[in-house]
Design a protein around this ligand. Structure first.
Ligand code: KIV
Length: 270
């Protein structure tokens, strides 16, 4: 049984690729500030994401769309000050990567704020952007399935890839982004069987959120782990109830992911 311990050395993309090859799950948490980032390092959380979910969890917007580069940079800097060992991923806000050139300019700023990787939402249309960034030394985490920046196009926060055509499209997007050189892939709110098919097919490690237990890693938003969300999504879990305190909640999440007991069927879409 896994028992969380502090990270001993900095986690790199190569660390995560080796974990995928060895079949060892890694833990990711979306968080936004230095103290929580420090706690993640002490708990052995391999990757932290400064998600643009901070628009809702920290700033009080009702979507991620209003989030700015300045807000992302402020929070990436804070997390990077608090955590020296986890792999740090910074989200690129809405419309800051609409063209490859714009992506390069804005990704440079996120990296200079302390991120080790940027995350962008979207499918095959981002292939050229992924190549542009990765060729120039900026690692990229892609994000498919429910992509919250497209909430108005998707018609709400819904499970994606339930019908065959859409599942095929998500699978093909994943293959294209893998081929283009993406380093990681977040799969959000997709049926477990689709996430497994993609995870088995691509070389990059996959990180699931509402994507079942067969992805290479799991990510949850810290507010959900700590029960701070008024209407939590079905796939998330309040670990504070059982653990009793904040460090305990983070440890319990880490243990359950590593031991394969989270997510269970109640937190998975079929
Ligand atoms: O913004 C965010 O926190 C995210 C995760 C939910 C994957 O994109």
């Amino acid at each position: 049984m896994y028992a969380p311990t502090a990270l001993e050395k900095p986690v790199t993309i190569q660390t995560l690729r080796k974990m995928k090859a060895d079949g060892e799950k890694f833990i990711t948490v979306a968080l936004y500030d230095a103290p929580m980032a420090a706690m993640a390092e002490k708990t052995g959380v391999e990757a932290v994401l400064i998600g643009d979910s901070l628009g809702m969890t920290v700033l009080g917007y009702d979507s991620t769309i209003p989030v700015t580069m300045e807000q992302m940079i402020y929070h990436v800097e804070a997390v990077a000050r608090g955590n020296k060992k986890s792999l740090i991923m910074g989200d690129m806000p809405f419309m800051t990567y609409a063209t490859p050139e714009q992506a390069l300019t804005n990704a440079t700023r996120i990296m200079q704020a302390g991120a080790h990787m940027v995350k962008i939402e979207g499918g095959a249309w981002l292939g050229e952007t992924v190549r542009m960034l990765t060729d120039r030394g900026i690692p990229v985490c892609a994000h498919l399935g429910l992509t919250p920046q497209s909430v108005h196009k998707l018609g709400g926060y819904r499970v994606q890839g339930r019908d065959q055509d859409q599942a095929g499209e998500i699978f093909d997007d994943a293959a294209t982004l893998d081929e283009a050189g993406a380093d990681l892939l977040v799969l959000e709110c997709v049926p477990a069987h689709l996430a497994k098919r993609i995870t088995d097919a691509v070389s990059m490690p996959t990180i699931g959120i509402g994507a079942g237990r067969d992805t290479d890693a799991q990510v949850l938003v810290i507010n959900d782990i700590l029960g701070l969300t008024e209407q939590p999504p079905k796939f998330s879990k309040n670990f504070l109830i059982e653990a009793g305190d904040i460090p305990g909640a983070l440890r319990k999440y880490a243990e359950d992911v590593k031991n394969g007991t989270f997510p269970d069927d109640a937190h998975t879409f079929q």
